[in-house]
Design a protein around this ligand. Structure first.
Ligand SMILES: NC(=O)c1ccc[n+]([C@@H]2O[C@H](COP(=O)([O-])OP(=O)(O)OC[C@H]3O[C@@H](n4cnc5c(N)ncnc54)[C@H](O)[C@@H]3O)[C@@H](O)[C@H]2O)c1
Ligand SMILES: O=C(O)CC[C@@H](O)C(=O)O
Length: 390
């Protein structure tokens, strides 16, 4: 039986992918082979040595100590694009909240609970509604920083709303470029983008290069009425610099999915409780994708959508036994492993060897299962980090 530990509320549609006769799944699983989670922070949570893979049912992996796990040979997966539509829709809602007096108008109407005369109420509302007038999105400039799964969807939707869209993404993937409308104007720097836009939406991962991407300096080039939308991560925006800019009349509004104490109650802030991906559809998509990836990894050794290991897939063939191993990405390791097979008359039928940064990953199909001594000799090869017999 494979053991899967879960953190957070993972959609049943995903968890039911794990067949009951092959998988034991739950929050209290003691010696897990794999972990599936959403936003649980794993940085200070020691994982048992038994863990081979960690699947983030979502896009961001800043809650997982990826570098540390890579050194241990733990494969980290995410679910690219699986919740992108949910985030896109909330960003659109965020832009509408920023452009019209929707929340303010609703709050005002709710103060009229003591009125009993409908005619009086109607007269009052018609007199007061000018306080809640807004402007349209059509014709406004939206800047998007990060044009991956979410950013490209937001860009295309904004174009459909007749907005002018400017984008910045120095590492745009080919797939993302294919998804993106050619009407998005490419900008060469964050500053150039920020200085022109009425709205800016952030869709970059929280990594060292994007920490406090929005700060006092970058804020200083923005239009005084501009609206920042942050549905990416807290760490990307210096919230105290944002509050200062809002208070000084140098920024229009801040609309985000990441409340911080300094933002609470500010009348130019709309802060939501990290619900960008909280739709039934997104939760299901992420959970199903994460579960499928984990099953393929545990049962076949295949690696799809990992953030730290190379994409490695080999169809199951005639072999009687499959071995996978991870090694430090230095020369000679594969040769030394194959020498162990040769010295012990083990026939390798098929194999694939891929590398990514400091790690290499290998799948080998063998004619038959090698002896325990051979497996021990393989594990002892210098620079081999971990090895499984499937
Ligand atoms: N609010 C939520 O619930 C929610 C849900 C999903 C994702 N997210 C966040 O949104 C982020 C983006 O998600 P995605 O699915 O679009 O990911 P993605 O990987 O498809 O896209 C990220 C894009 O950012 C670009 N990028 C990286 N560094 C950059 C930089 N310094 N400047 C400009 N562009 C840069 C990449 O090239 C890539 O195209 C995630 O990492 C996650 O933190 C939040
Ligand atoms: O699981 C969630 O609710 C949030 C997921 C989101 O932050 C992500 O990075 O995909």
């Amino acid at each position: 039986m494979y053991q899967i530990r879960t953190y957070n509320k993972i959609s049943d549609k995903g968890l039911s992918r794990f067949s009951k006769d092959q998988y034991n799944v739950g929050e209290d699983v003691g010696q897990p082979d794999a972990v599936i989670l959403r936003s649980q922070k794993l940085h200070n949570e020691p994982l048992p040595e038994s863990v081979l893979g960690v699947a983030r049912a979502g896009a961001g992996v800043n809650n997982v100590p990826v570098e540390e796990y890579t050194k241990k040979g733990i494969v980290v997966f995410n679910t690219p694009g699986a919740n992108a539509n949910a985030v896109k829709e909330l960003v659109l809602a965020g832009m509408l909240l920023g452009s019209r007096g929707i929340l303010q108008g609703k709050d005002y109407v709710n103060t009229l609970g003591d009125m009993t005369d409908a005619g009086e109420m109607s007269k009052l509302l018609e007199a007061e509604k000018k306080r809640f007038a807004g402007s349209e999105l059509a014709g406004k400039k939206l800047g998007i920083i990060g044009l991956g799964a979410i950013g490209s969807m937001v860009a295309n939707a904004a174009l459909a709303l007749d907005m002018e869209v400017l984008g910045f993404d120095p590492a745009l993937s080919v797939e993302a470029a294919w998804r993106l409308s050619s009407n998005v104007r490419r900008m060469e720097s964050v500053q150039a983008l920020l200085s022109q836009v009425d709205y800016v939406s952030l869709h970059v991962p929280a990594i060292e290069a994007t920490r406090n991407l929005i700060n006092a300096e970058t804020l200083s080039v923005m239009k005084p009425n501009a609206v920042i939308l942050n549905f990416a991560r807290e760490a990307i925006v210096d919230a105290s610099a944002v509050v200062e800019a809002l208070n000084a009349g140098k920024l229009g509004q801040y609309i985000c999915d990441f409340p911080e104490p300094c933002l609470i109650g500010h009348d130019k802030v709309v802060a939501l409780p990290h619900i960008g991906a909280s739709t039934a559809e997104a939760e299901e998509n992420c959970a199903v994708m994460a579960a499928n990836q984990l099953m393929d990894f545990l049962e076949n050794g295949n690696i799809v959508n990992s953030v730290n290991f190379p994409h490695t897939v080999m169809a199951r063939g005639e072999g009687g036994c499959r071995i996978t191993f991870t090694n430090e990405n230095v020369s000679g390791v594969l040769g030394n492993v194959l020498s162990v097979f040769a010295a012990n008359n083990v026939n390798v039928i098929d194999m694939v060897n891929k590398s990514r940064n400091d790690v290499a990953y290998n799948i080998l199909d063998l004619a038959e299962k090698p002896s325990e001594d051979v497996i021990a000799a393989l594990k002892a090869v210098e620079h081999v980090i971990s090895l499984r017999v499937i």
